[in-house]
Ligand binder design. Structure first.
Ligand code: V47
Length: 403
């Protein structure tokens, strides 16, 4: 049984924890059984809700995840997107990726990027080095955003992060700084003996513009215990994002799928994000992140890259359930450009960015380029029958190609 098949019959959020990631063939299917679904009828009742503008619930989410009718899911998601005001525009941002350090104390089992300070290849850049690098890159491409995430290094202090933000902001005041996952913000609060609010206020005052959505993984305790036992509790992820939204700092949100999570745990994750968005409205976009197993313990245990059908399903179901998050990103770095084009017909309306120099997915086996030029992204979006729109981080239009 494949990893994906193993999830189809498990509709509960399991509570048992295992010390190690399960082998694919161990799955979560044992003993469970559900009635064979009449997929056509099921999707028809969900379609009626979409057309009526009714919110989908947990049961709907499970039925969507369990459906093998990927084309029908895509069509439904595109319908939902359009009924909520979406049109043919597809966004991208011109951005530079930086990683301040790959040194990390956490040792998440899905991660091929992190090292310890003593390992070969460990690096921690100073604020000056990051500024110098960014300025050099800026001569080559006129990015409007810096996206930076990194490890939770125990060998730096909170001031290190403040210096990074303030020096980048001073050197490039017109560039939006989208820096540090909620996990890193939580780490800073520990380093500095500060609350999340104190950390975020200080970083915002130094020039931070928004937060990326990483660190969310899958919120279910069972999954966290299996894939990221050393990571802070998901409550901290929510507290950081809720606090950021309260301070006027918009954020992104993610889900890392395709490892040990069940369909029920995916739906639970999406509904938790939707609930916070109801409360704050601070999420700009959701980005499903497909697990890349290379150079992780999962590779040794037989895990493979997610199937294209699962990637498309994730895009579609996210669009259908996250009725209050305006943008769903098809991350070309993870799915490649051809599948990204199809994802634009499955509910996605953003292809992330030009992404100069991605490291996290490439450490874990991504075969995609590490950079796309604007011309190439424009071509890809156009060939998919959509209108390319270059945006800034806050989704203001900078340029469009609709001739
Ligand atoms: O939290 C780590 C994921 C995240 C692997 O907000 C992996 O626009 C797949 O935050 N296979 C960090 N995923 C990256 C991140 C991000 C990326 C793109 C866009 C945005 C955004 C944010 O990367 C981690 C984890 O969930 N990750 N290792 C891996 N082997």
């Amino acid at each position: 049984m494949s990893q994906v098949d193993s999830k189809r019959v498990d509709r509960s959020v399991p509570t048992d924890a295992r010390a190690e990631p399960a082998r694919p063939e161990d799955g979560t299917a044992s003993g469970a059984s559900v009635a064979i679904l009449d997929h056509t009828a099921t999707l028809e009742s969900i379609r009626e809700k979409v057309v009526a503008g009714e919110r989908l619930d947990l049961e709907d989410g499970l039925q969507l995840m369990e459906s093998d009718d990927v084309l029908a899911l895509g069509e439904l998601a595109d319908l939902a997107r359009r009924r909520r005001g979406g049109n043919d525009e597809v966004y991208f941002v011109q951005n530079l990726y930086l990683n301040q350090t790959n040194v990390c104390r956490v040792k998440c089992k899905f991660c091929a990027f992190a090292v310890t300070q003593k390992q070969e290849g460990a690096y921690t850049y100073t604020a000056e080095e990051l500024v110098e690098d960014a300025l050099r890159q800026r001569e080559l491409s006129g990015f409007t955003e810096i996206h930076m995430v990194g490890g939770e290094s125990p060998h730096v202090d909170f001031d290190y992060y403040v210096q990074i933000v303030s020096q980048l902001h001073e050197a490039m005041p017109d560039v939006h700084l989208k820096l540090f996952t909620a996990s890193e913000i939580h780490h800073m609060s520990k380093l500095g003996g500060l609350t999340h609010e104190q950390v975020l206020r200080e970083l915002r005052d130094a020039g931070l513009g928004s937060l990326p959505g990483g660190g969310a993984e899958v919120f279910a305790d069972r999954v966290r215990r299996l894939v990221a036992p050393g990571k802070e509790h998901p409550d901290n992820w929510f507290d950081v994002h809720r606090t950021a939204h309260g301070l006027g700092i918009p954020t992104h949100c993610t889900m890392l799928y395709g490892h040990v999570e069940t369909y029920a745990e995916r739906v639970d994750h999406l509904l938790r994000l939707r609930a916070l968005q109801d409360e704050t409205g601070g999420f700009l976009a959701f980005i499903p992140l497909a697990f890349h197993p290379e150079n992780t313990v999962f590779e040794q245990r037989g895990w493979k890259h997610t199937a294209a059908s699962d990637d498309l399903k994730l895009i579609a179901v996210s669009r259908l359930l996250l009725d209050n998050i305006p943008n769903i990103k098809a991350y070309w770095i993870m799915m490649g450009l051809p599948l990204t084009q199809i994802a634009l017909h499955f509910g996605a309306n953003d292809v992330q960015g030009t992404v100069v120099r991605e490291e996290i997915f490439h450490a874990a086996g991504a075969q995609t380029e590490t950079e796309q030029k604007i011309d190439e992204l424009v071509r890809v979006v156009r060939e998919a029958g959509r209108i390319p729109v270059q945006r800034d981080t806050l989704y203001n239009e900078l340029r469009r190609w609709d001739d």
